[in-house]
Design a binder for this molecule. Sequence first.
Ligand code: DGL
Length: 270
Amino acid sequence: MAVGVFDSGLGGLTVLEAVTRRLPDVPFVYYGDNANAPYGVRDADDVYELTTRGVERLWRAGCDLVILACNTASAAALRRMQESWVPPKKRVLGVFVPLIEALTERQWGDNSPPREVAVKHVALFATPATVASRAFQRELAFRAIGVDVEAQACGGVVDAMEDGDLILAEALVRSHVEALKRKMPKPDAAVLGCTHYPLMQEVFQDALGPDVMVFSQANLVADSLADYLSRHPGMLGAGQVPMLLTTGDARRVSVKATHFLRRKIDFHPA
Ligand code: DGL
């Protein structure tokens, strides 16, 4: 009954923590493509090739349902995968839609026409590839009208976090927030559109100021997954054993992950 969680590296661990807390009886198999991270500076074809390879590995681990806990993969590869690659008995879901549903105050599966929502000025912080895809604006336009989105490509933040350099990551976050504010001085809401960023949420909030509502993904994705599984219990795959797999050096990745989440984490070779 396992479910797969895919990420380019360590960021998806923030989602893994939230889904494990929300669904403690489900064994989750995590795949971190650390050998090829970061994805945020790769082109869409590259992200597609790497993501499909990782998802196939999760299918072999007995997961029929895979969550792409990576905005870059969700933005740059998911639509193409769903349209022409995912076989009938498998599912791949991304992390964008739960976030946008929360922002636009919609329930899961509400397909009514786009309407006005409370937030008018939204700052999006994400990787360069996610920003370039414009997937966030596209998904938002299906659900809301009259929302002004200003996107800031946060170059360097993921690399600094993967390297465990949180001082550099913090300095970069503050300079990206300053750059965003020059383009949009008073956002109502900020979306952290990268699964690495929840660990920097306090820094984003501090730099943005207390009046800006910061949306972060992990808990939103966990609620959406719980809801999805209650409606599709057959999507729990045959796998029984929770595992953490990496394409990188398992020992080094375990050390970094332990540092990243501040608790002991053990990865195995994918
Ligand atoms: N954490 C991933 C995301 O949500 C990707 C970061 C990267 O590999 O660049 O976008």
